[in-house]
Design a protein. Sequence first.
Length: 165
Amino acid sequence: MDTKICSKCHTPKPLDAFHKDSQRADGLYPQCKDCHNSANRNTRLKDPEAYRKYYRERQQRRRATPGGRERDNQYAKNWHERQKAEGRDPNREKRFGLEAGQYATMVQEQDGKCKICKESSQTLCVDHNHKTGVVRGLLCPSCNKGLGFFKDSVDLLNSAIAYLK
């Protein structure tokens, strides 16, 4: 069985299109991820305050159980470690549209160095055009902040160069 039919959209989809659910006989949630996520999104948007209240109460119940807070903290830590091991950064993917391997490829292309100062850095920031969203390259934190302070303005940077001369 390579596919399963979603109980909501009634479309046959591959098994990896379904969330895991150990309570089910086949080990998969009956709705596909798209339908499940859409339903959750609609619930959140319909009454955001009720959703926040429900989520807070659920979190309090979980944390009230023995070892609940430690379990949640450990899960979060493990999740972040798994993301790093897979070369993923969900924030980077969401903000800049970079896929899992694209950031690593960019680091290799730049030899792990900042595109402006050419210094090696353990942390390279994704630099992008704030108006168009296009990724320009990877910068060390200092150069990235510098561009930010100059508001990505060529005129301001030219003025600063003239001032330094």
